[in-house]
Design a protein around this ligand. Structure first.
Ligand SMILES: NC(=O)c1ccc[n+]([C@@H]2O[C@H](COP(=O)([O-])OP(=O)(O)OC[C@H]3O[C@@H](n4cnc5c(N)ncnc54)[C@H](OP(=O)(O)O)[C@@H]3O)[C@@H](O)[C@H]2O)c1
Length: 359
């Protein structure tokens, strides 16, 4: 095969696609989604636009090249949401989808408007559904029959947590408790932390393995877990404000405002407080886990908890997530969902799965 063919191989398979796609975000998840588009599973989709925060691309011949993500900055056009929407509406595909694979609050705020303009929206970005309550209500108002809002990737990287809860709620089951480990980085850290090595050593390991954000304070603050708990509680029929969730972050006040490099150089300041928490858990025959918990009678908390050996979170492996739903009909034992809850490939698959659900 010639080099030119290899470069443009992608364009040949979608002469008359059913679904036109604009992809916002070409980072880890967006990059994995672009890879998926090149497989048979993406054969019915036509990419008509892609963007990162600085540049975008809408020219079909440029979108067809391999290494599109890498070339975006060098060969892309200036960022302009309007031009991306125009490219989408100019497509003759009967279904038009905007995929948000960013963490941008500004873009998330546009989701209701995009739905109102006739697009389907599929998102890994939880800033709207897990943000301030008026944003959640605006989203519910914009969710009309025939307009898909694909949110599977916002919680559990596509584990069927939201879909399950939505089904229970729609069937009239009364959700009593939502509990679990909703963060791959916290899961990895506390599945491995037993006090024999400093917490900071494990954290450095987790950073090197790509289990944390480049600035691990984004994970350690607990805010991301709080957003996921809000999405789940709201989906279950409890329209909670962020202020209703008590969040225990693991970053000491003295390290919150310092530059990232200084934070990374001072990680060992996390060690003593966590060693004390771990020693206390061990005295009680328990282990530490970073849990999210919502109780229908009002408790919503995200933070460290001591759990005993019978708790499902005590047996988690790797960076797995765990979601346990107790309801009127799942009253004796919770309905439990467990598995990889982070990672670009499973998250991109969740995005594609939502798009394919359009039929
Ligand atoms: N990584 C995971 O395992 C995982 C799992 C579940 C959910 N998620 C969620 O998925 C989303 C993406 O995560 P990621 O890991 O792929 O992050 P990432 O690697 O940091 O990529 C984010 C991308 O969004 C782009 N972006 C930011 N603002 C934008 C804007 N206004 N317009 C267009 N593009 C914009 C960034 O562009 P620049 O490169 O120009 O900054 C970058 O390409 C986040 O909401 C995250 O919480 C991630």
């Amino acid at each position: 095969m010639s080099a030119v063919l290899a470069e443009t191989e992608w364009s040949s398979k979608t002469a008359r696609p059913d679904v036109a796609v604009v992809l916002l975000g070409a980072g880890k998840v967006g990059g994995a989604f672009l890879q998926l588009l090149r497989t048979q599973a993406g054969a019915n989709l036509r990419l008509v636009g892609v963007a990162n925060s600085r540049r975008q691309q809408t020219r079909p011949e440029a979108l067809a090249v391999r290494r599109l993500r890498e070339r975006l900055d060098a060969a892309g056009e200036a960022r302009d949401d309007k031009a991306l929407l125009q490219a989408l509406h100019a497509s003759d595909a009967p279904r038009k989808v905007i995929i948000d694979a960013t963490a941008s609050c500004d873009l998330a705020a546009c989701h209701p408007e995009w739905l109102a303009r006739g697009c389907h929206v599929v998102t890994a970005n939880k800033a709207l559904a897990g943000g301030a309550l008026p944003g959640w209500h605006a989203l519910q108002a914009a969710r009309t029959p025939g307009r898909l809002y694909g949110d599977s990737a916002t919680v559990g990287a596509g584990l069927p947590a939201i879909a399950t809860l939505r089904r229970l709620h729609a069937c009239g089951d009364r959700i009593v408790r939502i509990e679990g480990v909703f963060s791959g980085s916290f899961s990895y850290l506390f599945n491995h932390y037993d006090g024999r090595q400093p917490f900071s050593t494990l954290l450095r390991e987790a950073c090197a393995l790509g289990y944390t954000e480049p600035d691990p304070r984004a994970d350690l603050s607990g805010e991301d877990v709080a957003r996921k708990l809000l999405i789940l509680a709201r989906t279950a029929g409890f329209p909670l404000e962020r202020t209703a969730v008590e969040v225990e972050g693991l970053v000491p006040a003295s390290l919150r405002g310092v530059p990232r490099d200084e934070f990374l150089a001072r990680l060992d300041e996390l060690d003593a407080p966590l060693a004390a928490r771990n020693a206390s858990a061990m005295v009680h025959g328990r282990v530490l886990r970073y849990l999210a918990r919502f109780e229908a009678d009002g408790i919503a908390r995200v933070g460290l908890a001591e759990v005993d050996a019978t708790h499902p979170a005590a047996h988690l492996l790797g960076a797995d997530n765990l979601f346990a739903f107790t309801s009127a009909r799942y009253a004796q034992r919770p309905l439990v969902i467990q598995g990889a809850g982070a990672g670009p490939e499973v998250t991109a698959q969740a995005l594609l799965g939502d798009v394919l659900a359009l039929g």
